[in-house]
Design a protein around this ligand. Sequence first.
Ligand code: PLP
Length: 378
Amino acid sequence: MECNAVFRTERAWIEVSAENLHHNVRVLQEAMPAGCELMAVVKCEAYGHGLRQVAEELKIAGVRAFAVATIEEGIKLREYGIQGEILILGYTDVRRAPELKQYDLIQTLIDFCYAKELNEQGVGVKVHIKIDTGMHRLGIPYHASSDVEQVFAMKHIKVYGMFTHLCCPDSRLLEDVAFTKEQIGNFYQLVDALKKNGIAIPKLHIQSSYGFLNYPDLHCDYARMGIALYGVLSSAKEDTVLSLPLRPVLSLKSKIVLIRNVSKGSSVGYGRAFTPERDSRIAILPIGYGDGFPRGLSETGASVRIKGHVAPVIGRICMDQLAVDITDAADAAVGDIATLIDGKTPELISAPSVAERFGSISNELLCRMGARLPVVVI
Ligand SMILES: *Cc1c(COP(=O)(O)O)cnc(C)c1O
């Protein structure tokens, strides 16, 4: 697989496993309660996996509900031939209401004033109302039920859904579980208040990946799946109530374009940050932080896999290049493929463990990759 001719002319690329993506969709759908639909979160170039490629596969898998962060991402999905529901989770300038309608996108109402302004455009836009149940980021406060009722009565807004976002669904600490349950309770308190006043309740959703994996018994109309769909968790350590056999979808690869012999005591790269303690063989890979591989890993350590060897990244990661020490990988040669991230060596180069080493989560690591690298679906 690693020597597929398709990749021969690329300097670095993202490999997306269609099989693993389809597998994850199946596993998640099977774990979801009856009546709950998977809403695929494909913001930020599908977490760096390539929006077009991922959307096309999800369409084949029969996924009908999508979530994005911006109107541009929503428009792109339509241009890629996606016909299902597309929810924009973030802010859109209300003056773009005609585009929301033209592309049949569902806009999140981020607060009550926003709802009024969008309604005043007089366009007729589909929306989901976001409810703030404790995150204090976006949404109408859960106790402002009369505001929410007014939104249902607005003439140029059609409410198709109502949702909230949990702020610590990943944590199993007692106090965080209690907080999450309070958030869920707040949401349903509002739902009950609306019901009492005769409001027809639209589709409801609460869970993101961790919300689903740690609170799998909630019965919602959708679960908004991001990171789990891509087959990894945010961090390496966490365990979840529901543990599913998800498979990582992305591999990050490059190839050796140069090998040089560097003698003991000389240095490699910017800042002369690496001075080998023995005569060394150094391989140059044409991939860098400009492709999303974090520069911070120069300090905390990173490794790549070449022909089954694990070779350490040495010196400072540059924008477009990095160097690895292949002294102990005697058979490594120019043209060999180096894997920087994948799911096969979890302890070293899985997305969560690489992310952890630069103080972040897989979500950030992956969504940095979308800009410059070609995506190859295998
Ligand atoms: C990004 C996002 C999600 C997906 O989160 P994951 O943890 O990746 O599953 C769900 N809901 C909202 C509101 C989001 O912004």
